[in-house]
Design a protein around this ligand. Sequence first.
Ligand SMILES: [Zn+2]
Length: 150
Amino acid sequence: MIVFDLLCHAGHRFEGWFASAEDYGAQCQRGLLSCPQCGSARVERVPSATRINTGLGEPAQKVPPNAADPELAGKDPFSIAQILYSRLVDEIISRTEDVGSQFPVEARRIHYQEAPARAIRGVATREEHEALVEDGIPVARLPLPRGRPN
Ligand SMILES: [Zn+2]
């Protein structure tokens, strides 16, 4: 995939994703490109950095400037990653039951259907974690951001 920065005649800037530069040219000629904000088909490519998605794990995708998330606007990629990770942690905490240090025991009981199936979180030592993994029990380590409770 290749990404071009595009500009409509009303001045809206947006990104277009294409299979290749030829694909862009073909879509442009056939009038298939239109501005996502105003629908204008008068769109041109603006000279700026292009990026090619090699599928090899490209670092830090650029967040569009009009991303509908004011908390992320104008932040650098590292800060954005921290914010998103923090939200993920919140999400996980809100959807799991805290079993604390009983985690290794409870994870095993659930796995062997000795306890009701549910999502749990808790703490485990490195050895306990590795033992769970070796037993084929699906667990994931989740580093908590500093200064957060549990
Ligand atoms: Zn427009």
